[in-house]
Ligand binder design. Structure first.
Ligand code: PHE
Length: 458
């Protein structure tokens, strides 16, 4: 089977192989989150204790929403908005899709800026400008880049054009073909850096930081962080998985695929932790998170080790790969909507999305320079895009998707789609999913939302 036939109307491109589905979906889940969020949060929140809590939160929050989205997408075989309209015509549920398309666009506007720093760092690492063991120096190099408006804009455009070219190539020939190559590379490079980091003298302290279970560090705030993280990590709440689900083959096992992707994603996060923290501790650096870890500490850490320059380049290549799969899935959401609904060609739809991203993305790119003083709700545009999506739109989207599938669509429909019209013997899994997505997930997501909005403080 090469392409999928949409019900009724001509060809609709889709993923062609099981491996392609896993690569694309895992490619979306694996991103900057695995490298700068998960390992650090694990380290400061009780090591193995946090990993256990994260797995529980994912089982109850991230994974059910992911399965929900994949079910909706594959059943309707359409973009995020049209899918909900198809399943419930003349009802406002499609607004969840609208929020999703907007969220995907907003996330890409700032995510592409961080990703472009990673791409730029591949070249900077190779040229030797980052070769310093002094965090003051690497910090200065980072500041020079992000406060330079021309560099910030041009690198972002390069990355956005790169993603657009893959998107224009299509779902099977672009996204699937690319992620099928990139995801194995990512694992390979990650293992290589792990091997380097773990064999450094003094690596054990980093292992302790990552894994030593310490339940005394676990608070309710930790649990909330883990729940929120499971959302962002699995790329749910904004129509990505609805869109990708619409490209799944009819015989794809949806709950099984989602579970595999979730586990592989955790594995990547743990490997990233093994690649980073043993080396950080071996050379006596302070562990940290976010941009500081990635762009300031890591260059200094790599500069401290033998062959560090080479490993630094490898590290940024693998991070760029991770960000690429995530960005492809983000861009596909508006492109699928525009081309599916307005009947525009894929190329036109992508170019229009690209133009919009260049405009909005520039506000994120310039947030550290020209537009640093431009604040809305007390935040720079970069922070506002991040905050409004992670804390508001994603949980809101996830909440309504659960309510839709659990309370409106019902068990019979879920069973038909998730069991591939009865050809899979997974009734128990579906039953458990239904119970969780109907009662548990919405409640937990609601708490995440209230916390994100600052209405409750734990
Ligand atoms: N899952 C990605 C990460 O961990 C981020 C992402 C969020 C990608 C939403 C797509 C959609 O970095």
């Amino acid at each position: 089977m090469k392409m999928q036939q949409a019900p009724g109307k001509g060809f609709r491109d889709g993923f062609t192989t099981n491996l392609g589905v896993i690569a694309a979906t895992l490619g979306s889940a694996v991103g900057l989150g695995n490298i700068w969020k998960f390992p650090y949060l694990t380290g400061v929140n009780g090591g193995a204790a946090f990993i256990i809590i994260y797995l529980l939160c994912t089982l109850l929050v991230g994974l059910p929403v992911m399965i929900t989205e994949l079910i909706i997408g594959r059943r309707a075989r359409a973009d995020a908005i049209t899918s909900l309209q198809k399943l419930e015509p003349r009802q406002p549920w499609y607004l969840v899709g609208v929020s999703g398309v907007i969220a995907a666009f907003l996330i890409l506007a700032f995510y592409s800026e961080v990703a472009c720093w990673v791409f730029a760092y591949i070249f900077k690492a190779a040229s030797g400008v980052l070769a310093s063991t002094d965090p003051e120096v690497t910090s200065q190099a980072f500041a020079n880049m992000i406060t330079n408006p021309v560099q910030s804009l041009v690198w972002q455009w390069i990355v956005l054009v790169f993603i657009s070219v893959i998107i224009i190539a299509g779902v099977s020939k672009g996204i699937e073909a690319m992620t099928k190559r990139l995801v194995p590379c990512l694992f390979l490079l990650l293992l290589l850096v792990c091997a380097r980091s773990l064999t450094l003298p003094g690596a054990a302290e980093g292992l302790g930081f990552l894994f030593k279970p310490d339940f005394s560090k676990v608070t309710w705030a930790t649990v909330l962080t883990a729940m929120g993280l499971s959302f962002f990590k699995l790329s749910v709440g904004m129509g990505t998985m609805i869109t990708y689900g619409s490209y799944f083959r009819d015989d794809q096992n949806i709950p099984g695929t989602a579970a595999r992707v979730m586990l592989a994603d955790v594995a990547v996060s743990i490997l990233a932790g093994l690649a980073i923290f043993p080396a950080v501790f071996a050379f006596g650096f302070e562990p940290g998170a976010g941009p500081k870890l990635l762009f300031i500490t890591i260059p200094a850490v790599f500069s401290s080790m033998p062959l560090g320059g080479v490993f630094m380049v490898i590290f940024f290549i693998l991070t760029a790969i991770a960000a690429t799969g995530a960005m492809l899935s983000l861009m596909e959401v508006p492109v699928a909507f525009i081309s599916g609904r307005l009947g525009w060609s894929r190329t036109t739809a992508t170019l229009v999305t690209l133009a919009g991203l260049v405009l909005l993305g520039s506000t994120a790119a310039l947030s550290n320079s020209t537009m640093a003083d431009f604040k809305l709700l007390g935040m720079t545009m970069f922070d506002l895009l991040d905050y409004s999506t992670s804390n508001v739109l994603l949980p809101l989207g996830g909440l309504f998707l659960c309510l839709f599938i659990g309370w409106r669509w019902g068990l019979e429909n879920i069973r038909r789609t998730a069991s591939n019209e009865g050809s899979l013997n997974n009734d128990a899994v579906i039953g458990a999913f239904y119970a969780v997505v109907k009662f548990v997930t919405p409640l937990l997501v609601f708490v995440v939302l209230l916390n994100g909005l600052g209405i409750i403080k734990l």
